[in-house]
Every structure is written in C-alpha cells, then in structure tokens.
Write a protein that binds this ligand. Structure first.
Ligand SMILES: C[S@@+](CC[C@H](N)C(=O)[O-])C[C@H]1O[C@@H](n2cnc3c(N)ncnc32)[C@H](O)[C@@H]1O
Length: 272
C-alpha cells in the first residue's frame, strides 16, 4: 500500500526515523512512516518491553497532570509534547478546569502541525515549535508570553524528552533556566529512560541506544542519581523522589501494566 504524504510539512525528512513518529507508532498512532515503523520493530526485537515502556510513560504523564490540577496548577508548559495521542495534557487538565492553559512545544514539525489541527477552537491550548536546548526561545516566545500569567504557578513538563538532551547541551542549566521565572507553587515534571537492572537488559538497552544514534535525537540513559542531580537548587524533589513509574503515586483505578523500571519519573517543586 502506498502512503499518502500530502499532510507532511515542507522540509521534513521522512527517510530518517524520528523520536516523535516512532513514539506515535508505539502508542498506536498513524502519523509515522515506514522508516519509523521499521525502527520501532528493530528496537522492540532488542527490547521486547519497549511498548510497555511507552505506555507506562504515557500513564505517568496523565497521573502527574491530574495531581498537579488537584494541587491547583492551571498552566502547563509541555516541552517535547509529541504527536497528539490519547490522554493529551490539555484534555486531562481541562477536565479539571476547562480554562486550564496548555502550551505544547516540540522540535518536530509534524508534532506541531498535528497538535495545531487538534487544538483548533480551543482558546486555552496552543502549540509552538521549539527546542528544549534553547529555553530562552521557549520562555520568551510571544505565544508563550501571551498565553501564560507568569505571576501564577505553572508546571513545566519535560516528559520522555530529557534523555534526548546530551550532557554537552547542559541539561541541568536548561532546567535551571526554565525554573527561574516560575513563582512559588510551580512544578517541574520529568520522565527519563533509566538503566535496566540486569546485564542482559543493559545490553539490550545499549543496542537500542546505538539504534537511536541514527536519528536526529540520540538517546542518553541516566541513573536516578544523575537525574536527581539535574534538578539543581531551583527545584525540590517531591516524594517518592526519582522513582520507577509504577512506584510513582499509582492510581488504583488505572489498569496496571507490569512495572517498567527503566521509566524513571519525578515531580519537583520550585523552591520558595
Ligand atoms: C518520546 S516523545 C514524548 C512525548 C510526550 N512528552 C510523552 O511523554 O508522551 C519525545 C518528544 O520529544 C521531542 N523532542 C526531542 N528532542 C527535543 C528538543 N530538543 N526540544 C523539543 N522537543 C524535542 C520529540 O520530537 C518527541 O516528540
């Protein structure tokens, strides 16, 4: 069957696998290409739990946003937001408050385009293209300044994206910069690919990591300690700290997949 590429924005290279499209495929989406699907099947062969990892990550995102809305947060800056799928941040947040504000940011033009078309008619949720490695361009983007009230608490979400930021790009400095303009009551949420617990698992991960070297966003695996260290002085880690996704405030009403210890997650609060 031939794929129709009429919806692909100009300049997008569909001959190279891309993290957003690979993840979209993993979650059952349709905005991906043969090269992404092939990449995913190779990754899954090496790392059979890969789909469960993607699902565990997505489930964490939903729990984190629900928790934040319960804490009174009504503004969400979701960086590395991906191609829209089930349980998007604005859907979860606006269930608690229809006027909750959400700005999606992604480096991938397809993620931006698909988010934009989903958000037509929603005055409180928007999307811009941006690069987490350039936090000032995000914070001072005219649409971001227009949507958010920086005198009110905000949540910055960096879910399944920091592992695409190498040490050379200064991930701790990026988080510090993102945290600086936030007022007390603001939060940072992250999830990150972490090391497997067995030598076989680590070998499988290493193969997956090498596979990602062929994409525009190579993968960096970090330990719990390394992830905690990224938070610096700007944020205070909340219980249970950097944890496996299944250990992080499990929801008794949620259908639970087997725990995925390689999905490390955390929520932190802006220090007063
Ligand atoms: C695995 S998806 C995660 C999507 C969503 N946050 C979630 O957890 O369900 C990672 C996303 O990060 C985006 N990404 C990778 N590097 C980025 C960067 N430097 N700045 C912004 N987005 C980036 C990719 O395009 C992709 O859409």
């Amino acid at each position: 069957m031939t794929e129709s590429y009429g919806w692909v924005p100009e300049g997008v290279d569909i001959t190279v696998p891309d993290a957003s499209r690979v993840y979209d495929y993993a979650l059952g989406g349709v905005h991906n290409f043969a090269v992404d699907r092939e990449f995913w099947h190779r990754a899954e062969k090496m790392f059979p739990d890969a789909r469960l990892v993607a699902r565990a990550n997505r489930a964490f995102l939903g729990r984190a946003v629900r928790r934040l809305t319960a804490l009174g947060v009504r503004q969400f800056l979701d960086i590395g937001s991906g191609i829209p799928t089930l349980g998007n941040v604005h859907e979860v947040a606006q269930e608690a408050d229809p006027e909750a504000r959400v700005m999606y940011v992604d480096i991938d033009p397809i993620a931006v385009q698909q988010s934009r078309s989903l958000l037509v008619g929603n005055p409180y949720a928007r999307v811009v293209q941006g690069d987490l490695r350039k936090p000032d361009d995000i914070l001072y983007h005219p649409e971001v300044l227009d949507l958010f009230d920086f005198s009110e608490p905000m949540a910055v979400l960096t879910v399944a994206v920091l592992h695409f930021v190498p040490d050379s790009a200064g991930p701790a400095a990026i988080l510090r910069r993102l945290g600086e303009p936030l007022v007390s009551g603001s939060h940072l949420v992250l999830s990150h690919f972490g090391p497997a617990s067995t030598p076989e698992g680590r070998e499988a991960q290493e193969q997956t990591r090498r596979l990602y070297e062929k994409t525009p966003t190579p993968l960096v695996i970090r330990s719990r300690e390394q992830i905690a260290a990224l938070l610096g002085d700007e944020f205070e880690l909340l219980p249970p700290g950097v944890a496996g996704s299944a250990e992080w405030h499990p929801d008794p009403d949620e259908a639970a997949d087997p725990p995925q210890p390689t999905v490390l997650v955390a929520m932190a609060r802006k220090r007063a």
